[in-house]
Design a protein around this ligand. Structure first.
Ligand code: KG4
Ligand code: ZN
Length: 355
């Protein structure tokens, strides 16, 4: 891969307005994330129109800050990378339009990045002096976020080199965390709150079951467990007593993370690869991280867990995926489109799960 220097990354696919400057070897020079959580929290989820408007207000400042922290001007970067899929189209458009303007005005190449590829390669980001251990290609990765949950075999950074081995038939894992948290009155986004409460809970209190958990493929279904929690709340009310709340969170989290970890490791064994990788917001979950580490070690696999700042949405992963794509010759024109769908081929069709 020919070396490229610093790449500016821009990310506006959902509720994070982000910009970052990253070197082609993964070293992060700056990483600015402006979260819209407070804006959407009163509604219990992301309101697309509010997201677009807030990106529009903040993105120019966030980009300026990212360049300033990297001590660079736009003239010093080698390319402008931007998330153009998948996501909320109005939100994506804000990033894509600003990236086009910056690239055009500075004469730099424009590189459109698939957000999911950003998550899959976020493990390569180096935020401190230690380069850390990198997974060897090919690796098997579990991408678990608020919008996506799937296991991939990764042979390289291009969409044609990434193969889904199986994914969710209905809700994403993060969506399940968020919906359960909402049912329990824990606010939005719910993942971190459930993670915190679950650590003091007894997971054996509620024997929740997941459809597809025992299937020998790599598909998931998370909407059923949300219904089980909803039924529990309908019958008994949301637990008022702290220990009961912790037990409910622990039981839910244990059911979800155990199936994710088991299928990830089984996929690596099927593919005959030694390196397993986590990516996406739910990869920040402590129980999932512990289960993947333990199970990998027990099976002689190497687990690679991104730092927390590299799990949830950020632009450093977009800059890095852009640098990889640019190094492989990718360059987009001024007709680059924002689109809600990923470029990665799906094997699991959504909408086949039990509701
Ligand atoms: O990757 P991400 O920032 O955005 C998407 O691309 O969707 O993921 C956000 C999701 C949310 O559903 C959030 O609740 C979940 O990641 N999340 C967690 C944790 N931190 C964030 N879920 C479980 N445990 C966590 N510690
Ligand atoms: Zn994401």
């Amino acid at each position: 891969m020919p070396l490229v220097g610093p790449v500016l990354g821009i990310e506006t696919s959902c509720d994070e307005t982000a910009a970052a400057v990253v070197l082609s070897d993964g070293r992060v020079l700056s990483d600015v994330v402006h979260s819209q959580i407070a804006l959407h929290a009163p509604y219990g989820g992301v309101i697309p129109e509010l997201a677009s408007r807030d990106h529009l207000r903040n993105l120019p400042l966030v980009v300026a800050k990212a360049l300033e922290r990297a001590e660079l001007t736009i003239d010093a970067v080698d390319a402008v990378a931007v998330t153009h899929r998948p996501g909320l189209v109005g939100a994506l458009l804000v990033g894509v339009q600003l990236a086009k303007g910056l690239a055009w005005a500075s004469g730099k190449p424009l590189v459109g990045v698939d957000h999911l590829i950003g998550h899959l390669f976020a493990i390569h980001l180096q935020r401190g002096p230690d380069p850390g251990e990198r997974p060897e290609i090919p690796f098997v990765a579990l991408l678990v976020s608020g919008g996506h949950t799937a296991i991939y075999r990764v042979d390289g950074p291009l969409p044609s080199q990434i193969h889904e081995l199986g994914g969710t038939r209905d809700d994403a894992a993060g969506e399940a965390f968020d919906k359960v948290a909402k049912l329990l009155g824990l606010g939005y986004p719910g993942g971190p709150a459930v993670d915190r409460l679950a650590s003091a809970g007894d997971a054996s209190r509620h024997p929740f079951t997941l459809p597809m958990a025992r299937s020998r493929n790599f598909e998931f279904s998370f909407s059923g467990i949300k219904t089980q929690v909803a039924q529990h709340v309908a019958e008994h009310g949301a637990p008022a007593e702290p220990q009961a709340l912790a037990d409910l969170c622990a039981s839910f989290q244990s059911a979800v993370t155990s199936v994710l970890a088991r299928k990830l490791v089984a996929a690596a064994e099927q593919e005959g690869v030694r390196d397993v990788v986590l990516g996406g917001g739910v990869a920040a979950n402590r129980e999932l991280r512990a289960r993947v580490s333990q199970l990998s070690q027990a099976r002689g696999l190497r687990a690679h867990l991104p730092e927390l700042a590299s799990c949830t949405d950020n632009a450093a992963m977009i800059a890095y995926a852009g640098a990889l794509a640019h190094g492989a010759g990718a360059r987009d024109g001024w007709d680059l489109l924002a689109t809600s769908v990923t470029s990665l081929a799906r094997v699991t069709r959504k909408g086949r799960g039990s509701r």
